[in-house]
Design a protein around this ligand. Structure first.
Ligand SMILES: [Zn+2]
Ligand SMILES: [Zn+2]
Length: 471
């Protein structure tokens, strides 16, 4: 007797693959005709249910296959970065609603959601999104996880509407926290507009003030908003649901330079982390170095990559995989210093610049950070190329200010002689104690330093002007 003629095989095939079982029943003339037909109908039904269950099962998002493909896709722009969260949100909402109503039927009535409270569109479950909004020579960073949204800085005065509209386009209706890193206009300029436009739970700022109208506007808006005001100090944990953030600076209570007052926020999501440094300069960086805990997957480069920030020691401690530089194309501050860029590129960091890529979105799934743009084409020790060939993405870009046509990285024309009290970019030779315009033809290759400072300050520090470029 063959195995397929045995009764146990018949039952197994009926249960797990009815067509075979039914075929065998007829072939072997099992049972009387009526029970045979009844059994056949019954197991056809069982078979259909099995097929339905097998095809409706979707693989969980964290299968090894999904992860591998995500890691592979890391360096490429995701196909639909902006659409993804909404799609997920729609897919998830009915599910959770069903779960709630099912529970509610069976047992105690479900807790009714507070209807009046506005809610943000949630980002894809388990992900953290960090948007480096293109606000030119300024900072504005939106962090989203679940339904929680946090804003770090709000660009220049003229960027208020742009930032507000960008947030609205992301489905943000309220902010769990707004953080003003320090009172410079390029960080808090649009904050009053943000505080007026959204419900803000908590308003974080360091203990630093400014006499400017911009600062006053922000404080008035913060008072009117009803947000809880919290003073930032190193070690403070950001208290918002669903986002893990700790402030690493300011460490001291006072500094000569407002930039060093910058609130520095480290966000961790799974094994990935983001270090948002405001305009913190070397003094603050050195304090943070002493406190440790700097290692981060992504570094928002301090002070728009001015040479006064991102020291070699700091960069080594952070050892980021990605760096984002929020910088404008028109650069009146002389900030695109090759020194910082060289340090980043030499350290093998993938550099992303808002002046080249526009708004940049970094998405973490807890293990991997995916950038929605390609890294800038920069070579070590070379001036930055103007990479205008960033790939097209579906990122909604909020009507940016008209951008000037890209210009060659280094203009050969003579630099106008600046007023002596006006800060600008100089290249110094720390050994010969000479200082130069960055366009000088005899720039030092060794002992080179880059300074954003005034002529007087350099002379006071013991430097003398180069005889060739006469700075
Ligand atoms: Zn600043
Ligand atoms: Zn700044």
């Amino acid at each position: 007797m063959k195995f397929y003629e045995k009764t146990w095989f018949l039952w197994l095939s009926l249960i797990f693959f009815a067509p075979v079982g039914i075929f065998l029943m007829w072939k072997q003339q099992r049972f009387a005709k009526v029970p045979r037909v009844i059994l056949a109908v019954l197991f056809v039904f069982v078979f259909l249910v099995e097929v339905a269950v097998a095809t409706s099962e979707t693989p969980p998002p964290t299968t090894p296959a999904a992860q591998t493909s995500q890691q592979k896709g890391e360096l490429q722009a995701p196909e639909t970065p902006a659409e993804e969260p909404q799609g997920q949100a729609q897919a998830e909402k009915p599910l959770s609603a069903q779960a709630t109503s099912a529970k509610g039927d069976a047992s105690a009535p479900a807790v009714a959601p507070v209807a009046a409270e506005p809610t943000n569109s949630p980002v894809a479950s388990g992900t953290l999104k960090v948007h480096f909004i293109d606000v030119g020579q300024a900072d504005s960073i939106l962090i989203q996880s679940g339904e929680t949204a946090v804003l770090v800085d709000a660009g220049n005065n003229g960027d208020g509407n742009l930032v507000v509209n960008y947030l609205k386009a992301q489905g943000v209706t309220k902010l769990a926290a707004a953080i003003a890193t320090h009172p410079h206009e390029d960080h808090i300029g649009g904050m009053d507009d943000v505080l007026n436009a959204f419900a803000v739970d908590k308003f974080y700022m360091p203990n630093a003030t400014h006499t400017s109208q911009t600062f006053e506007d922000m404080i008035n808006a913060a008072n009117a908003s009803g947000a809880k005001k919290i003073q930032v100090k190193a070690g403070l944990v950001m208290d918002v649901p669903g986002i893990t953030g700790t402030f690493l600076a300011p460490v001291s209570s006072s500094y000569d330079d407002l930039n060093n007052h910058s609130a520095v926020l480290k966000i961790t999501h799974g094994s990935t982390s983001f270090l948002l440094t405001g305009d913190a300069e070397n003094i603050s960086e050195n304090e943070m170095l002493r406190n440790g805990n700097l290692q981060s997957t992504l570094l928002k480069v301090g002070h728009h990559r001015s040479d006064s920030s991102t020291t070699a020691a700091f960069l080594k401690a952070v050892s980021p995989k990605f760096a984002v530089i929020s910088v404008g194309q028109e650069n009146t501050y002389g900030h695109p210093t090759d020194a910082v860029l060289s340090r980043l590129v030499n350290a093998g960091v993938q550099v992303y610049r808002t002046d080249q890529a526009g708004t940049i979105i970094a998405t973490s799934d807890g293990t991997t950070i995916t950038m929605d743009k390609v890294a800038s084409e920069v070579k070590a020790n070379a001036p930055p190329a103007n990479n205008t060939s960033a790939p097209a993405t579906t990122t909604p870009k909020p009507s940016p200010a008209p951008e000037p046509a890209p210009t060659p990285a280094r203009k050969p024309e003579p630099t106008p002689v600046p007023a002596e009290s006006q800060a600008q970019h100089y290249v110094i030779n720390t050994s010969s104690k000479k200082f130069h315009y960055p366009t000088c033809r005899s720039l030092p290759t060794k002992n080179r330093g880059d300074r954003d400072t005034t002529r007087d300050e350099l002379i006071n520090a013991g430097y003398s002007p180069c005889k060739i470029c006469n700075p």
